[in-house]
Design a protein around this ligand. Structure first.
Ligand code: GAR
Length: 207
């Protein structure tokens, strides 16, 4: 379909959310297509799936500072997105704070998935934080990206109960299953132009 929006995914590692998005959007009837993968790490597992499925992939050196990206890398990614006519950027396990030109250009058009019910357990190792804190419910959140860390307007959340014998590892597996459902749902709503942001609340148009 000529009106499909184009998605770029940013990942750092395994890439199971990238794969979930690429698979969902490869369906003819899905109103978006995944056309670009950008990673900050040449060993990212996500690269193998991109190559197998014919999705363009780029490794961008984001600098040696953990969790942060250089202005040059932000600019390179913004240029790659322009070249591929990207409408929406999905962060999927991208372990750096996005800032600079990329964020400026894609404000309101960049999403992230986080493995907790925000605003609880922001940042790294969210599943371990949830188990250690002793909460009974956790889950995942898809949200728009703003300048803060995991602070943007919330689009979708899915809840996962935590059992007494759960560990960070077992909880991660349960949450990941929900992530793979939540992310394509959020992308579909965006592509269908059904997301309306007022203040920091995201409303979903029924039709
Ligand atoms: C996912 O659980 C994602 O929510 C998390 O990293 C994992 C990436 O897995 N992201 C964060 O923790 C970001 N703060 P994947 O590479 O298999 O998609």
């Amino acid at each position: 379909m000529g009106t499909d929006i184009k998605i770029a995914v940013l990942a750092s590692g395994r890439g199971s959310n990238f794969k979930a998005l690429a698979e969902a959007t490869s369906d003819e009837s899905f109103p978006a297509k995944t056309v670009l993968l950008m990673v900050d790490n040449p060993d990212a597992g996500a690269l193998a799936y991109a190559s197998k499925s014919g999705i363009a992939a780029e490794v961008v050196d984001c600098g040696s500072r953990r969790g942060s990206m250089t202005p040059e890398s932000s600019e390179s990614m913004a240029e790659l997105c322009a070249r591929h006519e990207i409408d929406l950027i999905c962060l999927a396990g991208f372990m750096r704070i996005v800032k600079g030109k990329l964020l400026d250009r894609y404000a309101g058009r960049m999403m992230n998935i986080h493995p907790a019910l925000l605003p609880s357990f922001k940042g790294l190792d969210a599943q371990e934080q949830a188990v250690d804190y002793g909460v009974k419910l956790s889950g995942c959140t898809v949200h728009f990206v703003d300048k803060g860390i995991d602070t943007g307007a919330i689009i979708i959340q899915k809840v996962v109960p935590i059992e007494n014998d759960d560990t960070a590892e077992s909880l991660s597996i349960k949450i990941l299953r929900e992530e793979h459902r939540a992310y394509p749902e959020a992308v579909r709503l965006f592509a269908e132009k059904r997301l309306k942001i007022r203040e920091r609340r995201v409303f979903i148009d029924d039709e």
